[in-house]
Design a protein around this ligand. Structure first.
Ligand code: ADP
Length: 450
């Protein structure tokens, strides 16, 4: 069993990992940048080591410094959380070489799934449906147009090494496609250090539905049902829920089996998520696999009762998964709302700064995963998400009403947040009726004045 673990992350996910470790009796080492000295993860871990200046490229992304900290602290495992180094196959490989367990899949699985166009090819090979598009990366505007003419416009150009909704462009005709290809390649190079892009048919108004997987190192793999993450702004998730208001039991089973097939094909171990788009007819298509814990994992925890982060640590310790597929029952409804330090009135511009007052929502069925407190200064250097509120109820309506109530009692003064925007969504009939697709936020913003 892992006895001491280093958390190579910050913010709410660092706290989430500390909590799981405490309950398991695992000692924790936090790492932090100079900008995060006052952070809760630094205060709550058993020990903390500063790994550099504020910029992530000088701290949370510095593999050498994190591995040096791990040596210094004499830990036997590293949990990467999400973002930063969590899907970096080379880092996972280095951990292994240093005899430190990486809490995640084997580096080979990360590598296979990290390149989205290769992952697509693999899904196709094993008979999991993919969206019509290019076979592998596309490098010239002429090749892009020829593929688009074959599959039909509109098409979406996506970065092969992409993530976080960045580097995607929708093209409606050959002229814009030629331009978008070049822009997407430049963006991909800048953001991900890899200019490769590929093309998919653009599905109109799909739902984003993903399946949570758990797999131990002894070959046992189960899925924990779906999360519906269709409410997105610029391809970034805002609200996630389980179960999906759209899925039938039949479709749930089929998608669960398809996700397990993907996990099986890459000999997957630990927690992971297989993402799909589902069209109006209920046809589903693989888009990618995230080989790490996801921001929205708490929704699945609330409806299944399974502590995913604890399971990750137990699996990395080499223990057998205690759950069978038949143990996973979804008996409640849970919904998560991401709270970001952004100003909805100024096109969601980042709003870092000092939090002067903070009231934490609570009461029956409310869980808040957050690293903020009154007196905390939100730094401008990292992701703007400052809190995740999760509401759970015996059905969707109860969960939605509970979330609206929780958002109303969450006061954060000193900075602007997305709470007023989210409150309006929870009152919107289209969302309440479970009709939101990935085009929902754009439509909502054109209809509703905030
Ligand atoms: P990332 O890794 O950046 O999150 P994904 O491939 O997971 O990128 O896609 C993110 C979101 O972009 C999807 O949830 C969906 O809203 C949109 N998207 C991606 N591919 C398509 C497509 N072929 N058609 C329509 N929307 C798409």
């Amino acid at each position: 069993m892992i006895s001491k673990l280093l958390i190579a992350n910050r913010g709410e996910i660092a706290l989430r990992i500390i909590r799981a470790c405490r309950e398991l009796g695992v000692k924790t080492t936090a790492v932090y940048s100079e900008a995060d000295e006052q952070s809760l993860h630094v205060q709550l871990a058993d020990e903390a080591i500063c790994i550099g200046p504020a910029l992530a490229s000088e701290s949370y992304l510095r593999q050498d410094r994190i591995l040096a900290a791990a040596e210094l602290a004499d830990v036997d495992a590293i949990h990467p959380g999400y973002g930063f180094l969590s899907e970096n196959a080379a880092f996972a490989e280095k951990c292994e070489a240093c005899n430190i367990r990486f809490v995640g899949p084997k580096h080979q699985s990360i590598r296979q799934m990290g390149h989205k166009s290769t992952a697509r090819a693999l899904a196709q090979k094993i008979g999991v449906p993919i969206i019509p598009g290019s076979d592998g990366p596309v490098d010239s505007p002429e090749a892009a147009v020829s593929i688009a003419q074959k599959i039909g416009f509109p098409v979406i150009v996506k970065a092969a090494a992409g993530g976080g909704g960045k580097g995607m462009r929708v093209a409606h005709n050959a002229v814009s496609l030629q331009r978008d290809l070049l822009i997407a390649q430049a963006e991909a190079q800048k953001s991900f250090g890899n200019a490769e892009v590929y093309i998919e048919k653009y599905i109109e108004e799909p739902r984003h539905i993903e399946i949570q997987i758990l797999a131990d190192s002894h070959g046992k793999r189960i899925h924990l049902g779906e999360r519906d993450c269709s409410v997105q702004r610029r391809h970034q998730k805002l609200i996630e829920e389980a179960p999906s208001p759209f899925l039938t039991e039949d479709l749930r089973q089929k998608m669960g089996q398809a996700a397990l097939k993907v996990a099986h094909a890459v000999d997957y171990e630990n927690a992971g998520t297989v993402e799909f788009l589902v069209d109006k007819n209920g046809d589903f298509f693989f888009i990618e696999m995230n080989t790490r814990i996801q921001v929205e994992h708490g929704v699945t925890e609330e409806v299944t009762g399974v502590d995913l982060v604890k399971e990750q640590i137990l699996i990395a310790s080499g223990l057998h998964l205690e759950y069978d597929q038949s143990d996973i029952r979804i008996l409640r409804h849970a919904i998560e709302c991401r709270v970001c330090a952004e100003d909805p009135a100024r096109d969601f511009a980042p709003s870092p700064g000092l939090i002067t007052l903070y009231t934490v929502p609570g009461g029956h069925g409310i869980r808040v995963d957050s690293h903020i407190y009154a007196g905390y200064r939100v730094p401008p250097y990292y992701d703007s998400m400052i809190s995740k509120i999760i509401a759970t109820g015996r059905n969707r309506t109860v969960a939605l009403d509970r979330m609206y109530r929780a958002l109303s009692e969450c006061l954060i003064h000193g900075i602007k947040t997305t709470i007023p925007f989210s409150r309006a969504i929870f009152q919107d009939p289209v969302f309440r009726e479970g009709r939101a697709t990935t085009g929902y936020i754009q439509d909502f913003m054109s209809r509703v004045r905030l």
